[in-house]
Design a protein. Sequence first.
Length: 462
Amino acid sequence: MMHEHGKSDGPVVPAKPSNNAEQPVAKRVEGSGPAKGNPTWQTTLRTQSREGVQRALGRVRQVAMTDKKMRFTSLMHRVYNLDTLREAYFGLKRDAAPGVDGQTWQQYGQDLEVNLQVLSEKLKRGAYRAKPVRRAYIPKADGRQRPLGVTTLEDKLVQRATTEVMNAIYETDFLGFSYGFRPGRSQHKALDALYVGLLTRKVNWVLDADIRGFFDAINREWLMKFVEHRVADQRVGRLIRKWLNAGVLEDGVRTYSDTGTVQGGSISPLLANIYLHYAFDLWVQQWRKTQAKGDVIVVRYADDFIVGFQHRAEVEPFLAALRERFAKFALELHPEKTRLIEFGPWAARNRQRRGLGKPETFDFLGVTHICGTKRSNGYFTVLRQTMRKRLTAKLAEVKAELRRRMHDPVPEVGKWLGGVVEGHCRYYGVPMNSPALGLFRFQVGWLWQRALSRRSQRGGVT
């Protein structure tokens, strides 16, 4: 047991290197500044806050890295520390929608130091109360509404502070093939890891898996047991339970649920990763070491994961064991979104020999993966293209927004469209995807030309 007291004033401990460093190949493949107008002293104060937080969390990280079984019994003072809360505030989105109390980032910042001091005292006394999550909806490309949870600014702030403190521990525990919602990791890194694994390991079969309603299915009792493996500070546990039990407010009616994580909360991704770390990651790592005869690669991003196998005979035993494992923790593979396909350097030849068509494709993180060959030497490679459904949906969004901005100044619309194209290309900018990126850019230009022609009094615009 670790009882960690006092303020941290030791040297900054560098973040733990990537979990995939110096490991076998199968495993290896796996804020912005202060608001305008703030005085200089606040910039200086924030700089000092950032350095203080990094020193404090560096000590926590070092202990967690040194002793993998250490249970931290005193962490709450790290959460209500003014430097931690200040950094959490500046890490929030400025233009995020307000929660049930209607408070915005700018309003809270008008008396920032006073508000943070009051919040710190409430957390210290245990008087802090989580407010219900406001239910909101955003339109989807297919015309349906996607439900969102909007938490209050102060709840976001405390959740972010708690996440920063807990990340110092769990980032030393999480495995190399886990990429979702982790500091220093991204969709691109997950896609690159999968690409390297498919090319460098003997993968002939790909299991494209999805967990049915994962974020709503999480068993809270199991979740808290998993958290307590490392965080034994009961005050932090009570804080997490307050968010889990805060409920949802919609049309003036407050409803509660016994399962799932905090809707819209900044701590939800971390809690989800903790849940799957114990329910899936550690288990699949052990299965790969003890049960697999051939190569097995794993890449997970949140509740979506890909498992590649060398031998077809190992897939069914794996699936049976995985379903049993998930059932223990109230999870279930989505029957329609989970499928096994033949994929790899020999897939095309083997399927042709059996009288079948081209190898099937699979989607991961918005990118379609296709069996292909290099032009230079004819060797196997993995072609990656923007998912057709994603491309179509994004163009539909652009078309609808152009209609809404019909009478806005042309330079403003042009600047907005430039940002849309840049963001799309940044996300889908993977090797060999230039045709899809060029198509998107062309289609956006064509949609803008049509929109300008409608508003022009002289007729069509070139």
